[in-house]
Ligand binder design. Structure first.
Ligand code: SF4
Length: 250
């Protein structure tokens, strides 16, 4: 089963595994956990055990059935490089990715060390974009060096939820940076100067910058009204995509 996504930078989600365990500060208000509990209560297949990790091989072939070129966000409800997902299963996921060059797959992890280990002696299909979450200095920034080791054509950072000023970033061999604040009733605030610092570093290092959303708090440091436009930073939207992706379609 694939699902149309409400995430601003992708089209569909594909969850060949669901469920996860928390690993760092960015997980505190995990959207997937809340959603999994809701889906369990609704009796949705795949969520019988709520947020417990489960691999779902019956979903492996879903992208093969879809001919229309689609951008998939893989494992929006889990983390593909979770230590309880065996290498052999990750290989099956990447076999499907290789067999469907008409699609683009965006894969985001907080288990960057495992991802780097997995790809030490393996190649990455051109249609797989690999990314890491960078929510803070302590847990997030060290993941960037692991990502750089992975031989992907497009490597990206999801700086969301941005929880503090993450300081100077080395963006060498990074093609795309997404920034966003935290959503939900317990959202932690994001300051404009933190997001701006990342934007300016992207401009200086010529990396595509995408501002996803403010989340629960606005640029003025106040809780945001639901109706407020949450996608503008410094008076405009930032929807840049990696140059390598544009070259592929153009
Ligand atoms: S890694 Fe992602 S899916 Fe897993 S608990 Fe953290 S935020 Fe949730």
């Amino acid at each position: 089963m694939t699902t149309t996504s409400r995430i601003e930078w992708t089209e569909q989600t594909w969850n060949p595994a669901v469920g996860c365990t928390k690993i760092s500060s960015g997980c505190k208000h995990c959207y997937a956990e809340t959603m999994a509990k809701r889906l369990k209560a609704m009796g949705t297949p795949g969520y019988e055990n709520g947020f417990a990790l489960q691999i779902l091989p019956q979903r492996l072939l879903d992208p093969i059935k879809r001919k229309k070129p689609t951008v998939y966000f893989v494992n929006s409800m889990s983390d593909l490089f979770h230590d309880r997902i065996p290498d052999g299963y990750i290989e099956q996921v990447f076999e499907v990715i290789e067999q469907t060059p008409q699609h683009t797959y965006q894969i985001l992890t907080k288990r960057a060390a495992r991802m780097a280990r997995y790809f030490k002696n393996r190649s990455v299909p051109d249609n797989a974009w690999l990314g890491v979450t960078v929510e803070n200095r302590k847990h997030g920034v060290p993941r960037i060096d692991y990502l750089r080791k992975v031989p992907a054509r497009i490597r990206f950072l999801s700086i969301e939820p941005l929880l503090e000023d993450i300081g100077a970033l080395d963006l060498k061999n990074i093609q795309w940076v997404i920034v966003g604040g935290e959503s939900g009733p317990k959202a932690r605030p994001m300051k404009q100067e933190w997001a701006d610092s990342v934007r300016l570093q992207c401009a200086k290092q010529k990396v595509a910058f995408f501002f996803k959303q403010w989340g629960g708090w606005g640029a003025d440091g106040q809780k945001r009204a639901k109706s407020a436009n949450g996608r503008e930073l410094n008076g405009r939207t930032w929807d840049e995509m990696p140059r390598e992706a544009l070259l592929a379609v153009g």
